[in-house]
Design a binder for this molecule. Structure first.
Ligand code: GLC
Length: 650
C-alpha cells in the first residue's frame, strides 16, 4: 500500500508516474515537523537495517552515517563524502516493521541515519514543500517492487550495450580509435563499444565534430560498425559561448539558456571555456536540446553518455570577479583578506553553492532559482535526450547513460557511477551501490572498471572486470594522464580475453535477467537480505549479491588474495570459469567457506535447484551463437530464458 502525503506546495519533479491520491493525516510511521523547514524522524530499533539511497557512499545498509542528496561533481569518493552525483531519496526500513519512504524533493536533503544519534533516522530539508510517500508491504522486496511500479519502467538499452566497452579520456583522433579497435580485435578480446570522450568535438562544442581529426566521420562510424563496434560519444551539459556556433546562437535567440536574475544568460566555465546551460527544466528548451542529438544519430551513432550535468561549474563570471577583487585587496596588504582567505576562495570556486543561487529556470513561465531544483538538472538533460530518441528513432532503442540523476531519470537512461579511482576499496563500493541503484530503478548501471582516476595495476583491473562481468554496463574507463589500462596493455593478455569472454558466455543469462527485471519492475541485483529475509547472517552481508533468481556473486576485492570467504545461506553450486575455457562445479553446503579464486578465474554460485544458460565465448554480442547455449547448475532444473531481437523498442 502506498500513502502519499503533501507538504506545502511541492515542485512537480515528475519522478512518480502513477496517479496516487493524497492521504490526509500524519504518516503511519515516524513523525513529521514543519516548524523549521521539513523534518521527518523515526526511532530505529536496534536490529533495523536501512536500505536505499541509490548512488550513495558506504554500505548496502546505510545506518551509521550522513548522506546528503545534492548532485555533486566530486571525483574524490573517499569514505567521508556525503554527496555523489545522484539524488535518489528512497529509503527502506527493514526489521520487525518494514516500510519504504520516498521524499520527492528536488533540492538538497539530508539523511542522518543514526549519525548524530545512533537510533535516530532524521530526514530534513530547508523548505517544507514536498511529497512524502510511505510504502508498506509484505516484505522488503515487495515494498521495492511497489516503489518501482510507482515510478515507471526502467530504461531498456539495445542488446549490444551488454557487450564490453573501452573508454579513455585522451583518445583524440580517428587513428587513436582505430588502434583501440584493432588491438582488441587482433588480440581476440571481445568488445562491442568504444567511447568517445570530449576530444572528438570541435573545441568541446556539443553536437560538433573536429573535422581535422575525423575527416569522414560517417565513413568512420560505418567502418567501426562493420567491425561490430559502436562508437558512443559523450555530450556535456554546457554550451560554448561562441558567435556563429549554431547551438549557441539558437539557444540565445530563443531564451533557452538558464538566466540570471537580471535576465542575462548565466555564464559558467567548463571544458569549452565559457558556456551557457540549456534550461533543461523548460519544456521547449528540452525539446530543442534533445533534437540536437540527431546531428550524431543521423551519422550512424546509436548511443551516448551525458556528462557534467550536475551541472558541473569550474567557476562562474561572478566567482572569478570575487576572486579578482579579493586578490587585489590581498596584493595591497588589505587586512580584510588574510592568507588563508585567498586559498579558500580558490578551492571553493568550483561547484560553489553561491553559483547555484545565481541562475534560474523557466518552468512553465515561472522563474525557479536553480538551487531549489538542483537535483533535477541531469535528470532533465537525459530526459531531453530520451524524449527526443522516441521521435528520432521510434523503432530502435538508443543507448544512454548519465552521470547526474534523480529518481525518474531511470525511465530515460542508465547511469555510471562517475569518477572513481583505481583503488581496491572502489571495487567494493561499486558492488554495494548496485542493489541500491536497482531499488531506485537504475538497472543499466556500472562503474568505471579498472578505476578512472589514479594509476591502476594489472591485478586490480582483472579483479574489477570479474565483478564487471555481471554489471549491465561493463566499461573500462580512465582519466587523462593515468596509466593506460586497456586490456591489451598488460602481460598475459589471454587472462583478459578469458575474463571478458566470460561476460559474453553469460550474456544469454544477463540479458534475460536484466529484461525480466526491467519489464516487471523487478531488481537485477538484490542484497541477500531480500532473498533470505529470515537468515540473520544473510541480512548483513555487504560483499555478495544475488542476480536474478538463480545466482549469487562474491567477487574478490582485495589485493594479493588467492580467494575469499563467502557465506552461503543455502546449499549452492560453486562455479568457476577457468582460463582453459572449462567450467568447474562443486556443491557446497550452506555456511561459511573459504573459496580459492585465481586472478584469471570468474566465480559464481548457482542456487540449489537452479540452472543458467551459458554460451560459447564470442567477440561481439551479435556473434553469440544461441546454438552453443547449454545449461549449467543443478540437473533437472529449468530456466525460463527471455530473449528478443535486442533492438526493437518494447
Ligand atoms: C568527467 C567525466 C569523465 C570524463 C571527463 C572528461 O570527469 O566524469 O568520465 O572522462 O569528464 O570528459
Amino acid at each position: 500500500m502506498i500513502n502519499k502525503y503533501v507538504f506545502g506546495t511541492p515542485f512537480e519533479t515528475e519522478a512518480v508516474t502513477a496517479q496516487i491520491s493524497p492521504t490526509s493525516g500524519a504518516p503511519e510511521f515516524g513523525t513529521v515537523s514543519t516548524d523549521n523547514g521539513f523534518c521527518y524522524s523515526w526511532t530505529m530499533a536496534d536490529d533495523e537495517i536501512v536500505f536505499g539511497l541509490g548512488e550513495a557512499n558506504r554500505g548496502i545498509n546505510k545506518r551509521g552515517y550522513l548522506y546528503i542528496s545534492d548532485c555533486a561533481d566530486d571525483p574524490e569518493h573517499t569514505e567521508d563524502k556525503t554527496s555523489l552525483y545522484g539524488a535518489h531519496n528512497f529509503l527502506l526500513i527493514s526489521g520487525e516493521q518494514h516500510f519504504g519512504l520516498f521524499f520527492d524533493y528536488p533540492a538538497q536533503i539530508r539523511f542522518d541515519i543514526g549519525y548524530t544519534v545512533s537510533n535516530q533516522l532524521t530526514v530534513s530539508c530547508e523548505d517544507a514543500d514536498l511529497y512524502l510517500y510511505v510504502i508498506t508491504g509484505e516484505s522488503d522486496y515487495d515494498i521495492v517492487k511497489q516503489f518501482r511500479s510507482m515510478i515507471g519502467r526502467s530504461f531498456i538499452p539495445p542488446k549490444f550495450a551488454f557487450g564490453f566497452g573501452q573508454s579513455r579520456w585522451g583518445y583524440k583522433t580517428e587513428a587513436d580509435f582505430r588502434e583501440v579497435a584493432q588491438k582488441y580485435r587482433e588480440n581476440h578480446i571481445p568488445i562491442d563499444m568504444i567511447y568517445m570522450d570530449i576530444d572528438y568535438m570541435q573545441d568541446y562544442k556539443d553536437f560538433t565534430i573536429n573535422e581535422d581529426r575525423f575527416p569522414d566521420f560517417e565513413g568512420f562510424v560505418n567502418d567501426m560498425k562493420a567491425e561490430k563496434i559502436h562508437l558512443i560519444p559523450i555530450i556535456d551539459a554546457g554550451v560554448k559561448i561562441e558567435d556563429g556556433y549554431d547551438v549557441y546562437e539558437e539557444g540565445k535567440e530563443n531564451n533557452y539558456f538558464c538566466k540570471r536574475e537580471d535576465g542575462s544568460d548565466f555564464e559558467a566555465a567548463v571544458w569549452p571555456g565559457w558556456t551557457h546551460f540549456p534550461d533543461m527544466l523548460n519544456k521547449d528548451a528540452r525539446k530543442w536540446f534533445g533534437d540536437k542529438y540527431d546531428f550524431l544519430i543521423s551519422k550512424g551513432i546509436d548511443g551516448f553518455w551525458n556528462d557534467m550535468n550536475e551541472p558541473a561549474i569550474f567557476y562562474s563570471q561572478e566567482g572569478i570577479a570575487e576572486l579578482k577583487e579579493m586578490m587585489e585587496k590581498y596584493m595591497a596588504n588589505d587586512p580584510s583578506v588574510p592568507h588563508f582567505f585567498l586559498g579558500r576562495k580558490i578551492s571553493t570556486l568550483a561547484n560553489s553553492p553561491d553559483d547555484y543561487k545565481r541562475f534560474y529556470h523557466n518552468v512553465d513561465g515561472k522563474l525557479v532559482r536553480h538551487d531549489k531544483v538542483h537535483n533535477l538538472f541531469g535528470y532533465n538533460m537525459t530526459r531531453a535526450a530520451g524524449e527526443a530518441f522516441e521521435r528520432i528513432s521510434p523503432d530502435k532503442r538508443i543507448l544512454m547513460f548519465s552521470r547526474s540523476s534523480y529518481v525518474g531519470m531511470h525511465r530515460y537512461g542508465g547511469i555510471w557511477t562517475g569518477d572513481n579511482k583505481s583503488w581496491w576499496s572502489h571495487i567494493l563500493l561499486n558492488l554495494k551501490m548496485m542493489p541500491s541503484l536497482n531499488m531506485c530503478g537504475f538497472l543499466y548501471s556500472g562503474a568505471d572498471l579498472g578505476g578512472f582516476g589514479a594509476n591502476t595495476s594489472r591485478d586490480l583491473v582483472l579483479r574489477w572486470l570479474a565483478l564487471g562481468v555481471f554489471t549491465p554496463l561493463m566499461r573500462n574507463h580512465a582519466a587523462l594522464g593515468t596509466r593506460e589500462q586497456e586490456c591489451y596493455q598488460f602481460e598475459n593478455i589471454e587472462d583478459f580475453r578469458h575474463v571478458v569472454g566470460v561476460r559474453y558466455r553469460l550474456i544469454p543469462y544477463i540479458y534475460s535477467e536484466f529484461m525480466k527485471a526491467a519489464l516487471n519492475n523487478d531488481m537485477y541485483f538484490k542484497p541477500l537480505a531480500f532473498v533470505y529475509p529470515d537468515d540473520r547472517m544473510a541480512r548483513r552481508v555487504e560483499d555478495q549479491l544475488m542476480i536474478g533468481n538463480e545466482i549469487m556473486i562474491a567477487p574478490v576485492y582485495t589485493q594479493n588474495a588467492e580467494g575469499r570467504y563467502v557465506y552461503l545461506p543455502e546449499e549452492m553450486k560453486f562455479i568457476k570459469f577457468l582460463p582453459d575455457g572449462s567450467i568447474s562445479e562443486e556443491i557446497l553446503p550452506a555456511g561459511h567457506h573459504y573459496v580459492e579464486i585465481a586472478l584469471n578465474e570468474v566465480p559464481l554460485f548457482i542456487r540449489k535447484g537452479h540452472c543458467i544458460p551459458v554460451a560459447d565465448a564470442a567477440e561481439s554480442v551479435p556473434e553469440i551463437d544461441d546454438a552453443t547455449i547449454r545449461m549449467i547448475g543443478y540437473e533437472d532444473a529449468v530456466y525460463d530464458r527471455y530473449d528478443d531481437d535486442g533492438i526493437t523498442r518494447i
